[in-house]
Design a protein around this ligand. Sequence first.
Ligand code: HEC
Ligand code: HEC
Length: 301
Amino acid sequence: METMIPRESLIPRTVKLRLPTWHSRSMTQRIWLGVSCLALLGLVTCATALQLDAQNNLQIPLSQGVSPIKAGESTYDANCSACHGANGKGGRAPRLADSDDIREMKDQEIFAVIQDGIPGTEMTGFPLSKTQISELTAFIRNLNASAYQQNVSGDFAAGEHLFYGAAGCSSCHIIAGRGGLIGPDLSNIGAERSVAQLTEAIRNPGATPRYRHVRALTHSGQIVDGVMKNDSTYSIQILDLRGIYHLLLKSDLQEIVYYKESLMPPSTLPEKDFQKLLAYLSRQVVQMGANPRKEPEERIY
Ligand code: HEC
Ligand code: HEC
């Protein structure tokens, strides 16, 4: 039994309101409407002056007449790029663009790091104004937009069709309860990764230890090929490509091969299909913000 919720149903539909037209109102109504409009205009201007950026959450006045992201960029170029690289791509200091760490940080946390620094590291606090730090935060946040926020164009319904059909993705990946278990669950991938990361993951799969491809050969000649789910001194657990778990004792094995390459085949989809798939994946969001699928500690062999 499939429990697929159509994603589109989560997107609010526009509601058409039937408003009375200007001419259908009486004179007093028109005057009152005019006054309220002016009051509203005043409020909007106030709010813009304060720029209580909804995403920013910092409630700090921003510079006038320039977008906070642009203002943040100039402050960044002057103070931060020497260590963090142009556009936050990294250098002497960690990358600030497209970083899973940053995507998990709250605005307040990014703000605090810039203001107070990280004790015992080269990252010292910066004597910048609250406004400048707030703009820097907006700039850094913008370098970490998730695929969902990037508004990927393309026919996502066709992308879903490819995912569950010709492209073969669902044999290994599950979305909203439907699909295979060999690869990671992609139900929230639109919030967790950027378009660049998704593109890289699909075009150029890199094995992560958690999804290491292994093949075991038993003394009796049985071959078990799949993903290593658990590995201890005495036993190994493998999820094979048909989705069956095997618990094998090491003493029963002739050989175990740990592959460096990913189990995921690099995609050979033509560009137009790739775009559809990206459009589909970027819309897979269960929870924005914090990454609910934090990988466990990696073990090095
Ligand atoms: C002298 C080099 C240097 C400069 C200049 C510098 N940083 Fe850093 N920054 C670092 C280092 C090194 C770290 C990593 C510290 C650690 O080990 O946790 C860091 C960490 C950070 C982090 C946390 C990153 C993470 O993944 O947790 C943020 C945010 C940050 N810096 C922002 C800024 C901003 C904004 C500026 C400019 C106002 C700036 N930095 C200037 C060296 C620098
Ligand atoms: C044979 C199994 C298999 C198939 C088929 C497969 N994948 Fe994967 N995929 C994996 C595994 C295993 C990983 C874990 C990372 C690694 O090993 O590279 C992964 C990782 C990913 C990631 C990165 C997830 C993350 O958390 O960053 C994305 C995105 C992805 N696959 C999308 C796709 C798409 C789209 C297709 C179809 C075109 C596909 N995969 C087909 C096994 C598969």
